[in-house]
Design a protein around this ligand. Structure first.
Ligand SMILES: Cc1cc2nc3c(=O)[nH]c(=O)nc-3n(C[C@H](O)[C@H](O)[C@H](O)COP(=O)(O)O)c2cc1C
Ligand code: SF4
Length: 439
């Protein structure tokens, strides 16, 4: 794992220093953030406003488990973008919380203790991100609707001072009620087509709140869980930004909402030209995942980053996750084996008396509930292995696109400069690293 060699957010009893070996995060300076904003403006990109702040048009998407936590999100925010902490199972980044809960198994209060540890870890990561960001940009928290602790994570994010709550993997129709006492926190659903946008906006309008922005994530391109019903649907052209953006703009026009809800496109974005193109069709910003996962400041292990950075197009596969959604990842040894034996596992799928990790991360889980036709593995366990850099056992989510710097692992600052100004950083002088072997 990488070395944490810089000052952390202030440590207190409630906020001890984060786990050793986390993504290295040199707190960015106000001058660096100002430079990026100026470069974006002078280069013909539109900056955008959210939460009363002017932002560069790049959002770092939430990445669980433990891939985008305080270091990455804080660095992106500190440079004037939106940095997103992924809320799920963050205790894994905190050795003291793992010491308290990692061994829990059949204890009747195991779930309650693990959930509490995760909420504490989320608070720590938000404070860490805020400490690094120093009031610049926005610190968002991503919560998957499919999680059993969805509402608890949203409430914790609101209470801990997140600037925005971003919800995907399900329709967050109840988010306005949960956040009703937090009118200043931006609420952002992640959707994939114009029909979904229309549905959420109409339902939220009735509750007296509009989304503060909407992420439109392309299931054919993005990493992780994908917003389509089945793998065969991923290629559907209704998800293409060329189709979704005009359709959503038209809907906003007829609904009298023109110019009120910024759109953020996610999936396969890798250059300033992409931003120009999608801004030309009405988007305000782009969201990127994989490119941020391979930055120096990303909170996962170096080996995790190498797997993503070194994956070839033919190594990237789609399959059905245990949450019932299609997902995209690198075909590493564990996933290769899983895909091969999936039919056999599905043939014997049956409800289990107990969740694998004792905290029922998902409200509906293919493995625990024995649902034939969807994933039969423990996603929390596999993603945890990946975040720790276990290339044999891990599940490595990745988008389908190419990375701006190929297999290089670069600081966030380099990535953002490339994205807003098209400036390529000087070549890296890197020690040769062992390559990752794919099956
Ligand atoms: C490793 C990884 C983990 C991810 N985890 C989540 C997640 O927990 N929640 C979520 O909403 N999106 C998740 N995503 C999706 C990203 O936030 C982002 O929208 C997507 O990857 C954009 O596509 P790109 O990777 O081509 O830039 C994940 C993506 C990756 C690569
Ligand atoms: S078995 Fe694993 S994936 Fe399923 S609910 Fe439990 S922790 Fe989550």
């Amino acid at each position: 794992m990488e070395h944490l060699d810089t000052p952390d957010a202030p440590a207190t009893a409630a906020h001890p220093p984060a786990a050793a070996g986390r993504g290295h995060a040199t707190p960015p300076s106000a001058a660096q953030a100002a430079e990026l904003l100026a470069l974006a403006r002078s280069g013909g990109l539109r900056t955008w406003q959210l939460g009363g702040r002017e932002l560069i048009p790049v959002v770092q998407g939430g990445m669980g488990v433990g891939v985008s936590a305080g270091s990455l999100a804080g660095t992106v925010a500190g440079l004037g973008g939106v940095g997103t902490v992924s809320s799920v199972d963050l205790r894994r980044l905190h050795p003291d919380l793992m010491a308290q809960t990692g061994h829990l198994d059949k204890e009747p209060d195991a779930k309650a203790l693990i959930d509490a540890a995760n909420l504490l870890a989320l608070d720590r990561e938000i404070q860490r991100a805020r400490g690094i960001a120093q009031g610049r940009g926005l610190v968002a928290v991503n919560v998957m609707k499919a999680l059993s602790a969805y509402e608890a994570y949203v409430r914790q994010a609101l209470q801990s001072g997140a600037d925005a709550v971003v919800v995907g993997a399900g329709l967050p129709l109840d988010l306005p009620e949960i956040a009703k006492d937090h009118p200043k926190t931006a609420l952002i659903p992640i959707l994939s087509d114009a029909r979904g946008v229309q549905l959420v906006v109409r339902k939220w309008e009735k509750k007296g709140r509009l989304p503060d922005a909407i992420v439109i994530e392309h299931p054919r391109l993005a990493g992780g869980h994908l917003g389509a019903a089945k793998v065969a649907d991923l290629q559907d052209t209704r998800f293409d930004f060329e189709n979704v953006l005009p359709q959503v703009m038209e809907f906003f026009k007829t609904a009298g909402l023109e110019g009120q809800i910024p759109l953020i496109v996610a999936g396969g974005v890798s250059s300033r030209d992409d931003i120009l193109r999608w801004q030309g069709l009405g988007a305000s910003a782009v969201q990127m995942g994989t490119a941020f996962a391979v930055t120096t400041e990303c909170d996962a292990a170096l080996a995790f980053k190498r797997v993503l950075a070194e994956a070839r197009p033919e190594d990237i596969v789609e399959f059905i996750s245990v949450a019932g959604l299609p997902a995209r990842a690198v075909r590493t040894p564990w996933l290769d084996k899983y895909i091969r034996i999936e039919p056999k596992l599905q043939a014997v799928a049956h409800p289990k008396t107990k969740c694998n990790m004792s905290f029922d991360c998902l409200a509906h889980c293919g493995l625990r509930d024995g649902v034939v036709g969807i994933g039969q593995f423990c996603i929390d366990q596999q993603l945890g292995h990946a975040m720790e850099g276990d290339t044999q056992k891990g599940l490595f989510f990745r988008g389908a696109g190419t990375l701006p710097f190929g297999s290089e692992i670069r600081p966030v600052q380099d990535l953002l400069k490339w994205m807003v100004a098209g400036v390529r950083p000087p070549a890296l002088v890197q020690e040769p690293a062992p390559s990752v072997q794919h099956p």
